[in-house]
Design a protein. Structure first.
Length: 318
């Protein structure tokens, strides 16, 4: 059986959405089907149909992608609990928007409230992107400290703002900011030895100062939510330390929009607390690909389809 003391649940953020997400789960798990039905009722439109049938360009819109990812993650969690009973891992964490999925999983926030919150998060981020356009780029082959220096130099050279947005794992870091500063930072990253720097197909500079107006608006939505202390603790993106009470959570979620996601440090913190198995609940396996690059001694498993649930149940870890 799964050992809760060495187990962490993790939840993906934006970029993991795809047409067809969660469909197999809903077809085979009554618990997952109920989550999709709750999402449809809460949001007042057929999110389930959008997840399962698209169109892709509508699903990818941040105002839809964020609730879709939350729904798929919690559907996967409930489908797993249907097989194993309620599981309380040692820790939970989510990457960017996935932090709200983690809070729902830890009982800090009701699923319906979480849906409303991520929908609002998508709305304010989209509006901020229209007000302050920018971009993001993924760098391969350089670690975060080198890119922090490159971004600082690019900001000074252009008078614009660019910074590390996601420290995903050693050698895989995303930068974000105003377009001129971003282009300069890409140039400097290549000069410092990056194997590849690829601009992402987005017009929103997430986790950068360009999201300041979004953070202010989002804080109002966050303050209105009835959070309780999460059990187990949620490891936050900003400090890579546990969020243990509602006041910490209310400070974290808006600030996260303008702050780097310290994912490498978050995973290392969890490993330091004894975690050896990470289960990624939701669409795709983006986070699972990072774990071995952070620490080759830990294991990650993606659980987002009936087949992946069966694989977990039949493995030596379950």
């Amino acid at each position: 059986m799964l050992n809760p003391k060495t187990l962490a649940f993790v939840f993906p953020g934006q970029g993991s959405q795809f047409v067809g997400m969660g469909r197999e789960l809903a077809q085979t798990s009554p618990a997952a089907q109920r989550i999709f039905a709750e999402a449809d009722e809460t949001l007042g439109f057929q999110l389930s149909t959008l997840c399962w049938e698209g169109p892709e360009e509508v699903l990818t819109d941040t105002v839809n992608a964020q609730p879709a990812l939350l729904t798929c993650s919690i559907a996967a969690l409930r489908a797993l609990e249907e097989k194993l009973g309620e599981i309380k891992p040692a820790l939970v964490a989510g990457h960017s928007m996935g932090e709200i999925s983690a809070l729902v999983a830890a009982g800090s926030l009701e699923f319906e409230d979480g849906l409303q919150l991520v929908r609002r998060r998508g709305e304010v981020m989209k509006a901020a992107g229209e007000k302050s356009p920018g971009g993001m780029a993924a760098s391969l082959g350089l670690d975060a400290p080198v890119l922090i220096e490159a971004c600082a130099e690019a900001s000074a050279a252009t008078g614009g703002r660019v910074q590390v947005a996601n420290d995903n794992c050693p050698g895989q870091v995303v930068i974000s900011g105003e377009n001129a500063a971003l282009e300069k930072a890409i140039e400097l990253a290549k000069a410092r030895g990056a194997k590849k720097v690829r601009k992402l197909p987005v017009s929103i500079a997430s986790h950068s100062p360009l999201m300041e107006s979004a953070a202010e608006e989002f804080a109002r939505a966050v303050d209105a939510m009835p959070f309780i202390a999460p059990v187990p603790p949620v490891v936050g993106n900003i400090k890579a330390l546990p969020l243990t009470d509602p006041n910490e959570i209310r400070a974290e979620l808006p600030a996260q929009l303008i702050s780097p996601v310290r994912w490498t440090e978050s995973v290392r913190y969890m490993i330091g607390q004894g975690v050896t198995l990470f289960i990624e609940l939701g669409s795709k396996d983006v986070l699972t690909t990072f774990f071995k690059r952070i620490d080759e001694n830990v294991k990650g498993m993606a659980v987002g389809t009936p087949g992946e649930i069966e694989k977990l149940l039949s493995s030596s870890d379950a």
